[in-house]
Design a protein around this ligand. Structure first.
Ligand SMILES: Cc1ncc(COP(=O)(O)O)c(C=O)c1O
Length: 411
């Protein structure tokens, strides 16, 4: 049966969706690892190279264009994150690299015996940089992941104390789709006088972010997850980055947001980040960029939620399938589903899906601690699928049918 999805007319904006395997269009359900890119973004990157390619701070036109484009992109990202000041937005190669740079700078503000809280649910990009500080005698405490895929908030309260200087947690889990209660953790973080750092990489493609209402000190995300190119973004509360001793050259701008941006940035890709935000906003209907983005995310959420619920309900009925993470009776859950099929390694499942033109990931997706705690590491991790604005009802039905077949319960 042919169905019409709310965002189906947007598919034509993504050239890669035309790719086929043996005559069947690829079903891109691999979105949690990175989204496909719309033509608007591809053109913005190409157009930068065609007209404005230069280094920064020169007197000549292409350099002046580059400076302006970078500031416009900072401004777009600030609006995207609910920040009011461009000076709070730094760019980097990716989230992991920015977080390592930040952790080195934060380490210089800490002393032996100071504590950092991380979680078992987080991607290694928000654990490794903090665990590395144990070498400097910083104590790193890990908040427990419960078997239902949610964090243990009582454990946060136990582990955050007057020695805590930083709490590093995710907004949404790339392995289980869990959306974490950052506001709740923020209250005890602030009561302890610590900084709150949030990894919003998996949240950003699905929900609108507001750093002001989240009241975070640092937030990181990655544009390649929300229809842009490979660029990392760091938001730092106004004035905070200026207090931190970042690694930088003596010739480098000492002020935020530049003091953490070492070397030449990927200008063309940053032009693409701005275009990705404009593309998202074009889905919404309102006056300002911010209100367009907020209205766009409502449309995206409705669409994605409908699709992911269909996957969840479909997979739930298949006898050999086990789904991990919270159920979908709560509205705040990322549209990402991880599961195993009894007797099959996750990689085998993905290979069988790939043979039918369905893109899905297997393993731990660098959320290795969560997969380990759930006892799934030796089993090759889980199979993960996720939906984005360009996915369709037909694709999710194709997936459920294939999983039924692979698990031996389909026709
Ligand atoms: C939740 C989460 N955090 C961090 C990262 C790392 O981001 P990057 O690839 O930009 O370093 C990822 C990448 O998959 C992720 O899913």
């Amino acid at each position: 049966m042919k169905t019409t999805d709310q965002l189906s007319k947007r598919r034509k904006d993504f050239p890669s969706l035309a790719r086929k395997l043996n005559g069947t269009p690829l079903a891109y359900l691999d979105g949690p690892a990175g989204s496909q890119v719309p033509r608007h973004v591809i053109n913005a990157i190409g157009s930068y190279y065609k007209t404005s390619n230069a280094n920064t701070c020169g007197a000549f036109p292409t350099s002046v264009d580059t400076d302006k484009m970078l500031e416009d992109a900072r401004s777009a990202v600030a609006t995207f994150l609910g920040a009011t000041d461009n000076r709070t937005i730094s760019f980097g190669a990716n989230m992991t690299t920015l977080n390592f740079s930040l952790s080195k700078a934060i380490a210089r503000a800490l002393k032996k015996g100071d504590e950092i809280v991380i979680t078992q649910l987080d991607h290694e990009a928000n654990r490794g940089p903090w665990l590395a500080l144990q070498d400097k005698k910083i104590v790193v405490n890990e908040v427990r992941l419960k078997p239902d895929g949610t964090l243990d908030y009582d454990d946060f309260e136990k582990k955050i104390n007057k020695r805590t200087r930083l709490v590093a947690m995710g907004l949404a889990s790339n392995a289980l789709g869990t959306v974490n209660d950052v506001r709740r953790v923020g209250e005890c973080t602030r009561a302890a006088g610590a900084w709150l750092l949030v990894d919003a990489v998996h949240f950003a493609p699905h929900f609108s972010i507001d750093v002001a209402s989240l009241d975070v000190d640092f937030l990181l995300c990655s544009a390649y997850k929300f229809y842009g190119p490979h660029v990392g973004v760091l938001y730092s509360r106004k004035g905070l980055l200026d207090q931190l001793e970042t690694d930088r050259l003596r010739v480098q701008d000492r002020n935020a947001p530049y003091r953490i941006e070492t070397g030449t940035l990927n200008h063309a890709a940053i032009a693409g980040v701005k275009a990705a935000i404009e593309y998202l906003a074009s889905i919404g209907q309102d006056k300002t960029l911010r209100s367009k983005l907020e209205s766009a995310y409502k449309v995206i959420h409705n669409h994605e939620y409908k699709l992911v619920q269909e996957i969840f309900e479909g997979l739930k009925k298949i006898p050999r399938v086990t789904i991990y993470g919270p159920s979908f009776d709560t509205s705040l859950r990322a549209p990402t589903i991880s599961f195993t099929i009894d007797g099959l390694m996750a990689k085998e499942v993905c290979e069988k899906l790939a043979a039918k033109g369905i893109c899905a990931w297997d393993g731990n997706f660098y959320a290795v601690r969560a997969i380990e705690v759930l006892g799934l590491l030796e089993k090759g991790g889980v199979t993960r699928v996720g939906v984005l604005l360009y996915n369709t009802t037909e694709e999710v039905r194709r997936l459920v049918k294939e999983i039924q077949r692979i698990a031996g319960s389909g026709t």
